[in-house]
Design a protein around this ligand. Sequence first.
Ligand SMILES: Nc1ncnc2c1ncn2[C@@H]1O[C@H](COP(=O)(O)OP(=O)(O)OP(=O)(O)O)[C@@H](O)[C@H]1O
Ligand SMILES: O=P(O)(O)OC[C@H]1O[C@](O)(CO)[C@@H](O)[C@@H]1O
Length: 723
Amino acid sequence: MFASASAFNQPISFNTAKVEMMSLERAMMLAQQPASAAFQRRRGPPSGALISSFVPCSSLRASCAGTLEGRARMIVDRAYVMKKELVGLESGDMQDVQKRGTLIIKAMPYQKKGPLVIGCLGRCDGVRHGCLAGAARSSAQPRSISAFQFASWFSEPTIHTTTPAHNIAINLANASMQHQRLAHATLLGILLQHASPGLTFSVLPSPQSVRPCKRVSSHRLGESRSSRSELWKIERIDRTNDWTDSAKTYPSPLALKPNIPKGWFIDPLRDAVAAKVQVDALESWEDSACFLSDEEEEEEGDCEFDRGQNAEAFVLAGPRAEIAYDTEKCKAAVVTCGGLCPGLNTVIREIVVCLRRQYGVNEVYGIPAGYRGFKSPETWRLLDEEAVRNIHNQGGSVLGSSRGGHDTFAIVDSLVAKEINLLFVVGGDGTVRGAARIAEEVKNRGLEISVAVVPKTIDNDVPLLDRTFGFETAVSSAREAIDVANTEAEGFPNGLGVVKVMGRNSGFIAMHSALGSCVVDLCLVPEVDFFLDGPGGIVDHLYERIRANDKAVVVVAEGAGQKLMAAMGEAGETVTDASGNILLDDIGPWLCRQLKTRLDPRLEEASDHGDKLTLKYLDPSYSVRGIPPLTADNLYCLQLAHNAVHGAMAGMTNFLVGAINTRECYIPIPLVADKRNVIDTRHQSLWETLVFATGQPSFQREGDDAEDFDALTTASGGVVLPD
Ligand SMILES: Nc1ncnc2c1ncn2[C@@H]1O[C@H](COP(=O)(O)OP(=O)(O)OP(=O)(O)O)[C@@H](O)[C@H]1O
Ligand SMILES: O=P(O)(O)OC[C@H]1O[C@](O)(CO)[C@@H](O)[C@@H]1O
């Protein structure tokens, strides 16, 4: 749709006929839209000239800064709609602009000089900006100008004219990205006004790249590759208007509040967060090209796309200046599912508080007892500020939770019956899969309901995220248990403390608490298979540590050693919980028995006093979970909840929110629904630090050295693993 140029050194051409057709559609749509509240509020007495639109001045400043191509397009579209009625711009109008401190966008047939001029003139914080977004005949106008010159028009309060009668070439040589963008925005403005079939405008490639950057152009996933338009491959988030065709937008109530800088809203052209922060800075275009076989190159068409399976950037979370819902008609629901987690109540609280205080959405229902609660709407609780005031200081979930009981159709039926259009789901991987089904059903029925997930799990097993909320609290609490185990181990000859922590498929709690305590000699996690006896086994390792220090501490995640137990005939029958999760065999007592049997005779023989192993076992599983969150988690919960609200209000759906490389992002659920975050044992990561710190065997397996440069690793030492 909105053609824009992005890749460095790429010739860009715009087909004017196509642009005009789309411009008209959009223009018609814009024409039907009511004037925004901001427009109404700022509207002053009518001046002599017809003023097509008012936009808060800082928006223009962004546009003047050249980053808002969309804004430039909107300006031109509006002007297009009104052009028949528009009149010439006189100098008096400029003064009017300055007096009011607002932006005026004007379009007019500039009779004296011939064709049309569209000028955007504004005054922001005392700085006057002018923005050319149109064209008029001027024989003096050069046909080839530098991007800098072209772009610099934006900062001058004069109207420049040029002619669409000729092809215009803009030289991008040595132009900064900003100037390139400015040039594109301006060019598009011209195009949209002067579309006449066959006329082509070109942005010429720079003869030589002056930036040592990897040449990557990209496309939004899900769109055809031929529509590539961004430098980054940004994971697109579904929007309810993708299927409702509702083009309606509303100014965010936040934007109408006094003293809110426009810079607080997410700039749609600066909303990308890179998935990777560690890159090969020296990788050249030739390097990346040579990785592709001939067949691959043929398939790719060229080498411009990232070769990885994963996207390179995610949409930055935060408030948008325009939202998709009429806040007066909004109704929201919140549900918590799966195991408990510190911070659940903070998330509930902050969803309610953000909806009410920032958007004025007061009808927020709490669904009791997880997904099953949707079936009995009479039990839904209206959550007001009073109901949530102090819940952030409590562990658990005030709404309750459950496993099993997901019935997609019944859930969507009840959302429709209660006229809910914002659904906030808080839960782990199973819950996320359930939310994906709800979002899909909403889409199938063509409903305008945003489904937003705040991922929850002390296991930290949600892919891509730096961490999940509650995880830090759980780690901190687990560390207390480890310290106790260490004290016990130190208190007796040949002391061994064994601590079992949660972590069904991912051992992050074990790894982080072990490293954070600095006293652990062995950490066992589900991701790493281990063995007991012989050289390189855990028994030898612990024996040596106890002989050296007279004590040792082991931390074991509940999902560790399941295969070993099965191989040794210790596994029970496969039993699942109501959600279908396999109930694990209890590694803790089993491990203690194995260690005691093997270490007792060896230590007794080596001891001057005939001391055997003194083993103390701690299982703090639930006591790291059913507790209130630490401050850092509370803060994270607040941000997640608010950003979930902002995303949903903007019309996004089928997404989850979480921090990637310290920035909160929106992530499409389908991207993570069938994947898990596990400890990364193959790259330089926290696992490597742990192996070096404890001195434990690495248990490296064949294939662990395989090259997988495209793996997306996380800040907490994880890597994405497909299910
Ligand atoms: N594939 C699925 N489709 C629909 N619903 C699902 C699916 N998997 C799980 N659910 C539902 O999600 C809810 C929570 O799932 P589950 O019990 O697995 O907890 P979880 O969200 O993974 O959290 P935790 O990490 O604490 O286990 C349950 O109500 C379950 O019925
Ligand atoms: O006993 P419950 O409540 O089913 O929960 C246990 C599971 O919950 C988790 O803590 C995830 O929330 C897992 O680590 C653990 O296996």
